[in-house]
Design a protein around this ligand. Structure first.
Ligand code: GAR
Length: 224
């Protein structure tokens, strides 16, 4: 039985698109029951609608406080029948109640090699620091920001003339490969949390070809 997902977005939704595409290609054994956004103008909602996926908007400002927003978000996810939650550029912290309800079943992607540069504008933070290597991290979500056990990381070079935009584009291209891969592993029941670590059950799947200088670990499988 394919894993029913809720995907939460706040913006462009390019990671959502990458996940939709891999589901449609038969690479991820999951179905997206709903795409939720805190922003009515999030392009991710348009992407979802194009694929016949139900969408809902919960504008943060329309709730009296954070707890009320969190409760509404949780209710919407539950109503959809989702059994796991994928944060794809969702720019709000989830409340404790939400995280408790979906413990160990929420994934997030962050555009840096955590624990470096958590929080907002990670690409800008990395450029400002002058790093030579940055990347992206998919991790399970816990109560602390950008903190839960890491599922997969991909590293890319930061080039001498990079700005946040050019570095961000290089990172985003890999996000579109590692996030669908992580969702596929989750959907296949191959991820187990072991303290700070995520253990990936092996499958013997052939590995993907990588044609640009980067390091991805665990390695991507063919099709991602
Ligand atoms: C992605 O780069 C994602 O890693 C980042 O927002 C972007 C969303 O792009 N998320 C965060 O910074 C979360 N802290 P998308 O809407 O095109 O997928």
């Amino acid at each position: 039985m394919s894993l029913p997902l809720a995907v939460l977005v706040s913006g462009s939704g390019s990671n959502l698109q990458a996940i939709i595409d891999r589901i449609e290609a038969g690479r991820i054994d999951a179905r997206i029951k709903v795409v939720l956004s805190d922003k009515a103008d999030a392009h991710g909602l348009v992407r979802a609608a194009k694929h016949g996926i139900p969408t809902r908007v919960l504008p943060f400002g329309e709730y009296p406080d954070r707890a009320a927003f969190d409760a509404a978000l949780l209710a919407a996810v539950r109503e959809s029948g989702a059994r796991a939650v994928i944060l794809a550029g969702f720019m709000r912290l989830l409340g404790k109640g939400f995280i408790a309800a979906y413990r160990d079943r929420i994934l997030n992607i962050h555009p840096a090699l955590l624990p470096s540069f958590p929080g907002l504008r990670a690409q800008e933070q990395a450029i400002g620091y002058g790093v030579a290597v940055s990347g992206a991290t998919v991790h399970f979500v816990d109560e602390k920001m950008d903190n839960g056990p890491i599922v997969i990381q991909a590293a890319v070079p930061a080039l001498p003339d990079d700005d946040a935009k050019s570095l961000g584009a290089r990172i985003l291209a890999l996000e579109h490969r590692i996030y669908p891969q992580a969702v596929a592993w989750l959907a296949a029941g191959r991820l187990a949390i072991d303290g700070r670590k995520t253990r990936l059950a092996p499958s013997g799947a052939p590995l993907a070809h990588m044609d640009s200088p980067c390091l991805v670990n665990p390695p991507l499988e063919e099709g991602f």
